[in-house]
Ligand binder design. Sequence first.
Ligand code: NAP
Length: 527
Amino acid sequence: MITGKNYIGCTLSAKGNKTYKTINPLTNTENETDFVVANAEEINSAVSLAKAAYISYNKKTGLEKAAFLNAIADEILALDTLLIETYCSESGLPQGRAEGERGRTIGQLRAFANLVAEGSWVNATIDTAIPDRKPTPKPDLRKMLVPLGPVVVFGASNFPLAFSTAGGDTAAALAAGCPVIVKSHPMHAGTGELVSSAVIKAAIKTGMPDGVFSNLNSSGNKVGEALVQHPQVKAVGFTGSIKGGRALLDLAAKREEPIPVFAEMGSINPVIMLPKAIKNRSTELAKTYAQSITVGSGQFCTNPGLLLGIRGADFSDFIQKLSEEIVKIEPTCMLHPNIIQAYEKNKQTAINQKGLVVAVDFESEIGVNYARQTLVTVKGETFLQNTKLHHEVFGPFSMVVECENEEQLYTIISNLEGQLTGTIIADDNEILNYAPVVAALQMRVGRIIFNGVPTGVEVCPSMQHGGPYPASTDSRFTAVGIHSIKRWVRPFSFQDWPNHLLPNELKNENPLNISRSVNTILTKKAV
Ligand code: NAP
């Protein structure tokens, strides 16, 4: 049952006097439950509990944390159809997508469980003492990664499960040993509450401390701002707009003790389409890209919002084919009336810019909150001069830039803001002739896709989901895959400690049998 209350640790609480409802975008009607926005007292209680929980949670073994994470996955599955129906009624997304995203969420939780159960992720590094070193003795130093403390995770509008309540950020933080306070996304508060109930059940079943997880309702910026400014919060995870992420980053930087904000924000994901490939494969590429631009109503952070090629008959032919293909696709519902309004507004702002030509705009009748896919074209020179054209239009929108020549293509890529991904479409060894363009692209993005589409983010250790600002606030980290755990930890050294007082990860006998660097050699052997 969905109560509309906040989870302050294990306790349901509704002390505030502000409420809101979620909206079913398909019917454009409000869903039933009144969600009570967390008040100042509840925010404080959640953070105080998290601080207290940190002291014991941080000492849990990898196996204990793994049991907790696996239990969360089990409890999410046990929510069964209620979760799927709630997800669909709050997002307008189809059942298949809901089930797929649940699978991804479960997969992420179990991947982190395996990581911490095995244990080597802490990067244990041991350099033994050399007491008779001249002129000074060398001390015994042992380093490993330790959790930062309570972290705040902002639920993402476009991933109600995989990047919200028990999504990637939360799973990674819990795996690291950090209690989590979720700032629930107001568009899918019911889904958030159900998933929170699963986390709380799992915490109780596996003996985790009260406060290891809280879920706070919010509509308006107050709850998020208070959490980011709270002195006991040690880091923040966010997925959403550049405006929102930047506001939180600035707020965190102004604190007496600044803290890291790991925000994954907007991206237009440039796709470079080289001439030979366009000449030889325009029909296939047009079909593929029509799908990629419109999938999920364009509400993916890796949506291809910018296609770049060299002007000429072949590229014009591709644009024509892409225009024809993209309108063959039935429009779909966006996540929320506010998202579709933002889409229409941002699209219109782009279209109003001088020199922009609408190649195609879906014109037939569509349902309420459905998005019309749109393709626009612009000359390279105009794109270079007008940086307003470089901004994300979140939705099924893409801009095709017709470059004069390779040099202009290089200049455009070099002048782009940071991006999550870049894509190169090339035939045979064509790419070898464009080395400077490829090098420029690598400077601007976190991942380059070769002859594919940027949509569809595989969850695996080698995935890099994050790029130079403003794609993310810290390009050294990924928001997807097990390495995202590194956002929630810091390195810590023990110098000259007696063996029996060291954590198990650093003891001579290596009781956890983990891989460690011992005097620069990677080994599982005892010291
Ligand atoms: P958003 O506006 O960035 O908000 C995300 C969350 O951050 C919300 O829960 C909001 O809390 C909070 N927030 C935003 N600004 C804040 C501030 N100044 N201070 C404190 N909290 C703040 O994103 P959204 O609501 O999910 O979607 C809106 C737009 O974001 C979309 O139209 C799209 O342009 C963009 N977006 C991009 C991506 C991407 O991956 N590129 C993903 C999702 C969304 P409250 O709602 O409680 O105020």
